[in-house]
Write a protein that binds this ligand. Structure first.
Ligand code: ZN
Length: 478
């Protein structure tokens, strides 16, 4: 689909801003009560005991979205936990279509893990809402409900200025095993001009940011085989190849002396950072010492010529996740082991193709191994990288909407991790944008997860502006 290019301009908005803020203030209490009700459902997808709760969470959300006004709300079955789909068409045929992605399942949590209060009994302390899922991801899904209502109420519309679709999955915290198949099965109904992921965060409370991309991931396990059984290192050592030595050589050959990945073809096609992007990264108030203490590492290390933020956000990597082989028990055992194993993972950036990387790794591994060492490589799934260009009209709308809500300039980040959003990008053929209001202190997956109430309501406010902005500046040609 083609859409008009956007013209960037600042806009006189004060009356719209105050109308949205007034509307949110009027509905804040009911909104938080509803969210608390949802947070009380322990929708832990990893624990089979909670399967009925995950279903209850999906049903609860579908009912709430219906009450919000979505004319279509459906619970979509998968072989695992159900997802929720909702759709609210615009009354403007030229409006763009947006799919909001989030998830309604949560990480496991128990009081004895170190929570100060019951993880499934939400409480507000010092303007923070504490509960499992408060930030990841129920809170960030839920701001869309009041957001679309605020958009309608303050613009006098009866339908949104964009064709709005929500896809809220129920297995994200379990690795989204059925998500891609679900997206493929329903690809026609999910068709959209952009995907907006509400399952990420900002730089900090004071620095609103938009994430523009996520790295991809390729993982493999390489098993190395030498003699058919462990053999005597005196009788045979020095005359036959040792698979543990081969594993060490393989791992050592992954990088060159500049910490660049030394696999031929690995960097093929990558989208290099522009000078502008590097300058924007450098503008962020990054404190490397503090970052190191979060990393619990004693030093930085990475590809020469790149900063730490560039290394984790915009450069591909090869990491050794595990290496094993030979005798690991007490004392000595003078053997040449019969096998060894390494587990590797590769983070990919935009332009890299997981299939191409897999092929390159296979060829490289075969090349490294000497005669007499047999090997098997197993690739265990892959995720594509995603990146939205800074001048993409939908990204510009997100930036404007966020800038209005925060009354300050919005900066850009990327995400070093990988996620199911990349499947939507690929299956639907649309760019993926990330809109999140969570902050690093929110404690995702940790005890005492919380969301800052002021930021949660900023999420509501951002979406109220965003749908209007997208509808105005990103209309399809008639
Ligand atoms: Zn999440």
């Amino acid at each position: 689909m083609r859409a008009d290019r956007l013209v960037t301009m600042s806009q006189p908005v004060d009356s719209a801003v105050s109308a949205v803020r007034t509307y949110i203030a009027q509905h804040r209490a009911a909104f938080l009560d509803d969210l608390a009700e949802w947070l009380r459902i322990p929708s832990v997808s990893a624990q089979p005991d909670h399967a009925p709760d995950v279903r209850r969470s999906a049903d609860w959300l579908a009912a709430k979205l219906r009450e919000t006004g979505f004319p279509t709300t459906e619970v979509w079955e998968t072989p695992g936990a159900p997802a929720v789909f909702a759709e609210w068409p615009s009354d403007d045929p030229r409006a763009p279509t947006v799919v909001v992605y989030g998830h309604h399942d949560v990480q496991p949590a128990a009081r004895e893990d170190g929570w100060d209060s019951d993880p499934f009994e939400p409480v507000v302390r010092e303007n923070r809402l504490y509960a499992r899922g408060a930030a990841d991801d129920k809170g960030q899904v839920f701001f869309h409900t009041l957001g679309v209502r605020a958009h309608l109420a303050t613009t006098g519309r009866t339908a949104p200025a964009v064709h709005l679709k929500l896809l809220i999955e129920g297995e994200e915290e379990s690795g989204s095993p059925h998500f891609r198949a679900l997206a493929e099965q329903h690809s026609a109904r999910l068709a959209a001009d952009a995907v907006i992921v509400s399952d990420t965060g900002m730089w900090s409370e004071d620095v609103p940011t938009v994430c523009t991309g996520m790295r991809g991931l390729v993982e493999c396990e390489i098993r190395l085989f030498g003699p058919d059984q462990d053999i005597h290192s005196g009788s045979f050592g020095g005359a036959v190849p040792n698979p543990a030595t081969a594993a060490a050589r393989l791992v050592a050959a992954l990088h060159d002396e500049h910490a660049r990945v030394a696999i031929p073809g690995f960097y093929d096609g990558i989208v290099e950072l522009t000078d502008r992007e590097r300058a924007l990264f450098a503008e962020l108030p990054f404190d490397e010492q503090q970052w190191l203490s979060t990393a619990k590492s004693y030093g930085t290390h990475g590809e020469a010529g790149h900063t730490t933020l560039e290394r984790i956000w915009a450069r591909p990597t090869a990491e050794v996740n595990g290496i094993s082989g030979g005798y690991q028990g007490p004392g000595s055992k003078t053997i040449i082991p019969s096998s060894a194993m390494v587990k590797l993972s590769f983070r990919l950036v935009a332009g890299q193709d997981p299939d191409h990387v897999e092929k390159a790794v296979r060829e490289w591994a075969a090349e490294q191994l000497s005669a007499g060492i047999r090997h098997e490589i197993t690739f265990t799934g892959s995720t594509r990288p995603c990146l939205t260009p800074l001048d993409h009209p939908a990204l510009q709308s997100v930036v404007r909407a966020m800038g209005r809500a925060f009354d300050q300039p919005v900066r850009f980040t990327r995400e070093g991790g990988s996620g199911p959003a990349a499947d939507l990008q690929e299956v639907l053929g649309t760019p993926v944008l990330f809109l999140g209001i969570s902050v690093p202190s929110d404690g995702w997956h940790a005890p005492n997860e919380k969301v800052e109430l002021d930021l949660l309501l900023k999420g509501v406010e951002i979406t109220a502006y965003l749908w209007a902005d997208l509808g105005e500046y990103w209309r399809h040609a008639p």
